[in-house]
Ligand binder design. Structure first.
Ligand SMILES: [Zn+2]
Length: 83
């Protein structure tokens, strides 16, 4: 057997072993995170937390305040563990 073939077999074996190990390692504590955002009314300080949507960023005016009709501003975006 050629030396290069042996090296190739070793490389492939290590890759497979790593993939198996990686899958095994992740399975027990598979945590799912969800992205939430905090919206605060610019007029009355009404606060509401909801799921963040793609394209949202801090400072974006999004939606109307259900309490006074003012603009809701995103003041924070964060990931939380899904329970
Ligand atoms: Zn308001």
């Amino acid at each position: 057997m050629e030396e290069s073939t042996i090296y190739l077999i070793i490389a492939v074996s290590l890759t497979i072993l790593f993939l198996i190990y990686d899958t095994y390692r992740r399975r027990p504590r598979r945590t799912i995170y969800i992205t939430r955002e905090l919206l605060v009314c610019t007029k009355c300080n009404y606060r509401v937390e909801r799921d963040a949507e793609p394209g949202d960023f801090i400072g974006l005016l999004k939606g109307k305040c259900p309490s006074c009709g003012g603009d809701l501003k995103i003041t924070g975006i964060y990931a939380v563990e899904k329970k």
